[in-house]
Structures are given as C-alpha cells and as structure tokens.
Design a protein around this ligand. Sequence first.
Ligand code: UDX
Ligand code: UDX
Length: 463
Amino acid sequence: MKITKICCIGAGYVGGPTMAVIAQRCPDVRVTVVDVNVERIAAWNSENVDNIPIYEPGLGEVVKEARGRNLFFSTEIEKAIDEAQVIFISVNTPTKTYGKGKGMAADLKFIELCARQIAITAKDNKIVVEKSTLPVRTAEAIKSILSNTGNGVQFQILSNPEFLAEGTAVQDLLCPDRILIGGDSSAEGKKAIQSLVDSYAKWVPIDRILTTNVWSSELSKLTANAFLAQRISSINAMSELCEKTGADVNEVAKAIGMDSRIGSKFLKASVGFGGSCFQKDILNLVYIAKSYGLTEVADYWEQVIIMNDHQKRRFSSNIVKTLYNTVSDKKIAFLGWAFKKDTNDTRESAAIYVANDLINEQALIAVYDPKVLRNKILSDLDTLETRSSDANASNILSFDNPYDACKDAHAIAILTEWDEFAEYDWQRIFDSMKRPSFIFDGRNILCGPKLESIGFHYQPIGS
Ligand code: UDX
Ligand code: UDX
C-alpha cells in the first residue's frame, strides 16, 4: 500500500517537528497533525513561523514550505483519523503521579484514550504507529483495545520510536542514524512495515532503516536513552572524583573518548542531564525490570538517576558552601533555564532543582534565558510543590538580558550551554557584581583563564 494520508495525534516536541519533516520530504503525502490543545494548534498555524510553539533551529523554514500544501494542523481529531491510512500516536507519556507505579511507571492514559478514539472513529483498515516512547509490550494493549471494536476494521500496530534530540531535531530527522520500525511477522504485518519503510526511504538511505519485531523496537528506545544517560552519569561520577584528586574531568573525557571502543560523544560532565526523556524512560525501565522480579537489573539502572540527582544537589551545595555557607538574601544569577541549548523546553531541567535548593536557603535567583520566559520558570518551580506560588514568585527575579540579571549578584551559575554566553562582555559583568565574584559553570563552557584574569573565582564541574 502506498501511504498518501497520514494523521498524527499530538503536536508536541516530537509530533510537530517529525510530521513537518515527513511533509516536507514527501510532498505527495497529506499530513495532518491534531491535538486536543486548541492554543497549541493555533500557534502551529501562526502566520509568522517565529510564533510556532516549539523553538528548533530550521523548523520555521520547514513548516513554512509545507504548511498549507500538504501539512495541516488541526483540532478536528476524528476527521483526521477517519481520513488517514496511517495514524501516528505521539502524545506524551509522563511518569505516573498516582496509584500503582507512582513516580516510576509511564502513565499510559493518553495512549489508551487515543486507541479508544481510533477504535470508535475508524471505518476502514488502518496502520497505527506508536511514536511515543512506551513500555515494552504496550502495543499489545493498544491492539486489544482496537481489535475489540466489533466493526470488522483491521488494525496493524507498528512501533516507530523517535530518536531526535531537541535543539537538533530538524537535522536529526533529515539525517537520522537509523529509523527503527517494529511490526508483526504476519503477512499483513510485513506489508504494514513495508509501507512505512517506503515512506522513509524517500529521504533516508535504505541501509539505515531497520525492521524488528514490535517488542524489540519498543525496548530499543528505552535502552538507547538508558545508555546515553548512563554515559553522562558515569562521567559525572568521575567529575566528583576529579575534584578530590586534582585530575581534570575534561582531560579524562578526552583521553578515554579517543578509545574508539568508548567514543567521544556524550562524555561532557555537567550539572546533570535534564529533558523529558532520560529520567522518565529509565524510571520506566526500572519499573518494568522490578515488575518481572529482576531486582539487580532494576537497581543497576536506578543508579543512573541516583547519580544524576546527586550531581544537581552537589552543584547547589557547592554554591552555598563557597558563598560562606549562607546565600540568604543574596542575589545569584542563573544564566540559562532550558534543559539544553537551542530549545525552549525546560522539562526536568537541572536549573529547576538547583533553584529550588537555593530558594530553600532563601537566595534570590535572577534568571536570564534567551528562550524561556518568566511564567514558564515559575510554573516549573510550582510543579515541585515545595512552597507556595507566591513564595516562588518573590524569590525569582527574571530579566530580558544577562547584564541586568548579573548586576549586584554574588555569583553566577551557568545552567544551560547557550553559545551566546561565551560572547558576553564579562568585564562589564564583573564590574557590576558584588565582591568576591564567583562563576559556577555547570556546563564547562566558559574560558576559565580569561575569567580568572578579570578577577572572577571560576569553578567548572570536575576540576
Ligand atoms: C514525546 C513523546 O511522545 C514521548 O513519548 C516522549 O517520551 C517524549 O516526547 P512530546 O512530543 O515531547 O512527547 O510531548 P508534548 O510536547 O507534551 O506533546 C504531546 C502533545 O499531545 C501535547 O500537545 C498534548 O496536548 C497532546 N495530547 C495529549 C493530545 O492531543 N491528546 C491526548 O490525549 C493527550
Ligand atoms: C534524548 C536522546 O538523545 C534522544 O535520542 C531521544 O530521542 C530523546 O532524549 P534530548 O533529551 O532531547 O534527547 O537531548 P540530549 O542531547 O540527549 O540531552 C539530554 C541532556 O543531557 C541535556 O540536559 C544535556 O545537556 C545533557 N548532556 C548531554 C550532558 O550533560 N552531557 C553530555 O555529554 C550530553
């Protein structure tokens, strides 16, 4: 079957960019992205592409080219399901905040809602593609819901996890390391897999398109994220040892990264990884392992999260300790709030936890991030539920430029690796601060010798 009509449920960080690139690369395929969030869809339809809801380098141009031609954003979910041959499910799957598996298992209520909506609406055979990251064997539950509709419609379930990283989403989608498609080994399953392979093959070399069974595909996504996060926790563990022994973590990372078996990527020590995926997916993996009674496997992976939490806490404790064990009423400037550069996404950003610790110590946090606004910062802190919204609002000062954020501050903490931070007039910043002036570089991106020559006390992670 040649795919000519696609629908995607969920216009978020994954669904939006993924569908925009599919539409751009396959002009003969009509792609409709639907979402329950009316404001989000309106933002995707903004005339000025600078106002689309997700900031990703290059995404505006892709949307501009395809939108209105073969890319559509809509809230008419049922109509889009009805018309499509293939339905991608790309809704969010947060960690459960209630009931069994609270704090660990993935909450699949949105996935189930989608499956039920598809079951009610579909009048002809459909391919349903899991794009969201899901626990292994979720396809079974989706299949069970879909196959009990009693209206004779046949569904094929495929797993096609997305490996894009935020900040480089468009590039990752255009030149993926691999496309993974898991499906059933029946004749119908193989046909469904082939249809999706053919769509991707319009721009992805065929040797990068890997097909597997559904369970391998679902588990590979969790495994990839667990391995990536594990590397960061491993280097962060070494960063603490480096600080005690006089070794320099950047030198250690370089030395080990030159071993081709280890490789040089994802070895940057930091204040800790953030983002919507790593923590959630590892917690989910731990939960799955525990549910099969695999205690050692669960404990092994849980340690990656424990180390990451430790690294964030260690960073805030070091600030307090260095500022003479008290930060009460002291202004501390935060450069960066997003979980990494080139995105406006703040989910699980280390900045949230470091700010929370410092507000507990009664510090005033002055934030500047090139893409994150005050209301987002406050809602991030409010979700921790550690104090009232009013208390958060009175401890967070926010600025639209770094110079005002740093003026009269006792210290600066670098929480995101935005390139522009290296370009600032650091002498001007130093002249406006309290003495002594400290920089805690949670991303190791600034030039230590240059800052020290100005007079700053410069503390990167792991040296
Ligand atoms: C994605 C993946 O889908 C998730 O599995 C992965 O682990 C993290 O990234 P993401 O695109 O980042 O999620 O989530 P988000 O930006 O929150 O977008 C999800 C969208 O789905 C939201 O716009 C939400 O309104 C929409 N949604 C949710 C629906 O349209 N229907 C629902 O029932 C639930
Ligand atoms: C990740 C995976 O990379 C991607 O394949 C998957 O689809 C979704 O999850 P993402 O979370 O968007 O992508 O960004 P990523 O580049 O992986 O960074 C995650 C966090 O790790 C960021 O906070 C980043 O700053 C941090 N990080 C990354 C480090 O601290 N050190 C590193 O060496 C690399």
